[in-house]
Design a binder for this molecule. Sequence first.
Ligand code: IMP
Ligand code: MG
Length: 177
Amino acid sequence: MKTALGTVLITEDELRRRIGEMGRQISAEYAGRTVTFVGILKGSFVFLADLIRSVSSELHIEVDFMSVSSYGDATTTSGTVHIEKDLGISIEGKDVIIVEDIVDTGLTLLHVYNIFSARGARSLRVAALLEKPGNSKYNRPLDYVGFKIPNKFVVGFGLDYAQVYRNLPDIRVLDEI
Ligand code: IMP
Ligand code: MG
């Protein structure tokens, strides 16, 4: 498939403002607790970096990452998810926020959520930068959503197409040409 970078869907400024709001909301809701942020690699690392710096410095946080694969290099989601890199810490009894770059079918999230609840997290919420309309597999509302976007393939701000474009400072549509 031949592709080209298309229009900017979400600007740097909009990203900064919205992630700031999400951080303030998390700070208020988790005041006095320790929050364990778990980023789903690789796409979430840019969002996670901004999100943790927008939560209050009074909030104690932990960060870890998990890598799961469901996508390969294609732009359609396959039905299986497997763990490529697991957490380095225990989440038992912890207040966990799963951090996702984008929720499309919700399949990745459904799997991660089920794994984490089986491991005995005290509470489990989800922060996703982007949500596509096809989110049907996860089947419950996301706790924190940056932006709802149309059903287009997007790149930038950590999101890739075949490992390219993660470095773009904004979110853009990838067009087929
Ligand atoms: P889901 O399991 O269908 O919800 O897919 C989630 C994963 O697919 C995300 O964490 C992304 O890595 C990838 N993904 C889904 N849509 C896009 C997109 O538009 N651009 C880049 N990656 C995407
Ligand atoms: Mg991802």
